[in-house]
Design a protein around this ligand. Structure first.
Ligand code: MLT
Length: 410
């Protein structure tokens, strides 16, 4: 008889954004005339940069001729892309990685979710609370946690609260942990860690022989100087950190799918026989076994963001979203709502008025002013009493949403 992976039954019924989609669809069915503005899931609305489109068209034409056709590519990504990434995103900081330390993929959600497969099942996991649900859910699926408890925490996981009280900077754990998920700029809070804060984590990881799984999907949105653009700016990080990056939020690839992961060869873990093994080798084994490479057309498009035109176009789109972030932040302030983030990230994390439970605030916004956001509680127990709005909407919708919120009775 086939049995199931019972760990899946520990999870709440549906993934956060699927649940939001379900509720919005039900509302829309009951109120077909409702003019809904979606500032929930962090999905981009602006088109791909023209440089990417042009490169992708060219790639399509190459595939149309036998002489330039390409089938399977290198699972780890074409060198035209990996070299451009290293040259533009790491070398300016004096960081030099080999092209065998970078793995191109179909997006960092997959990588953040799959990376735990190359860690031992008894490894202790630490996550911030609130957190992007993928880190936790995939560890639950793998069996690295106990059951979900009444307080909303999974047994066996170390939660690191990030709230306004600690300025959204997690404290080091009191106990030993092996895998630490950090996201900076943070999804969902839109806040960041300074060099000094991040250094504390790298030092902790070195002392505890732990690995930091660093999600830098929103790095392109950083505006302030004291925020590391990559964890490898921190001394010692190449021995203890794996970094995930994405073209989704950087250049509009949410639907096109492209991301990458850096695994320096110095990041190692202990094997059962006591020897040290580098995670790079294991990930390479996994990647080549389970993945056949990101589409050539998509990689050509991604590489185009590093051309002069591509860089200028990406900068313009990011400025557009960050102006939305400013409008939302200031609009909330004018409405008397406390808000965080939105300076180095496309997310605004607001305190719900009168400490309203976040799912109640979700319903209120949806039903009273037809705006979809994301309830903080969906990101973890410490997200209760908070709510996330994304700056990825179109300008007109963002302005309309702000006006509606300002008029709302709170
Ligand atoms: C979010 O809204 O948190 C993100 O869009 C989810 C993702 O990037 O997968």
């Amino acid at each position: 008889m086939a049995t199931i992976n019972d760990n899946y039954l520990k999870l709440p019924g549906s993934y956060l954004f699927a649940e939001i989609g379900r509720r919005v669809a039900a509302y829309k069915e009951a109120h077909p005339q409702a003019d809904i503005i979606r500032l929930g899931i962090g999905d981009v609305t602006q088109p791909l940069p023209p440089a990417c489109i042009e490169a992708m068209h060219k790639a399509v034409d190459e595939l149309a001729k036998a002489e330039t056709f390409r089938g399977y590519g290198p699972e780890q990504g074409y060198s035209f892309l990996t070299e451009a990434i290293l040259k533009n995103n790491y070398e300016p900081y004096g960081l030099h990685f080999g092209t065998d330390e970078i793995f191109v993929s179909d997006g960092s959600k997959s990588d953040c979710g799959n990376i735990q497969e190359i860690f031992g099942l008894t490894d202790k996991v630490a996550i911030t609370d609130p957190v992007y649900p993928v880190y936790l859910d995939t560890n639950v699926m793998a069996g690295r946690t106990g059951e979900l408890q009444e307080d909303g925490h999974f047994e066996g996981v170390t939660y690191l609260p990030c709230t306004a009280e600690n300025n959204f900077a997690p404290e080091l754990p009191q106990e030993h942990v092996d895998m630490i998920y950090l996201c900076c700029p943070n999804n969902p809070t839109g806040t960041t860690l300074s060099h000094a804060e991040l250094k504390k984590w790298v030092d902790y990881a070195k002392k505890e022989d732990a690995v930091i799984l660093f999600d830098a999907a929103y790095a392109a949105y950083i505006t302030e100087d004291d925020v590391p653009r990559t964890i490898y700016e921190i001394e010692g990080a190449t021995e203890v950190a794996i970094e995930f990056r994405s073209f989704s939020k950087t250049a509009g690839f949410t639907g096109t799918r492209c991301g990458y992961t850096i695994i320096p060869k110095g990041v190692t873990g202990k094997a059962a026989d006591g020897s040290r093994v580098d995670f790079n080798r294991l990930w390479n084994r996994r990647h080549t076994t389970k993945f056949n490479g990101t589409a050539y057309i998509v990689q050509r498009g991604a590489a185009a963001i590093y051309t002069e035109e591509g860089k200028a176009q990406v900068k313009e789109t990011i400025a557009y979203y960050m102006e939305n972030a400013r409008l939302i932040r200031e609009g909330l302030k004018a409405a008397g709502i406390e808000a965080y983030g939105g300076i180095n990230a496309p997310y605004i994390w607001l305190k719900t008025p009168n400490n309203m439970p976040s799912w109640d605030f979700f319903d209120k916004l949806l039903t009273e002013v037809n705006i979809v956001g994301t309830p903080g509680a969906g990101f973890g127990p410490c997200g209760e009493g908070y709510f996330r709005l994304t700056a990825f909407g179109g300008r007109e919708n963002t302005l309309r949403a702000v006006e509606r919120i300002k008029k709302m009775k709170i």
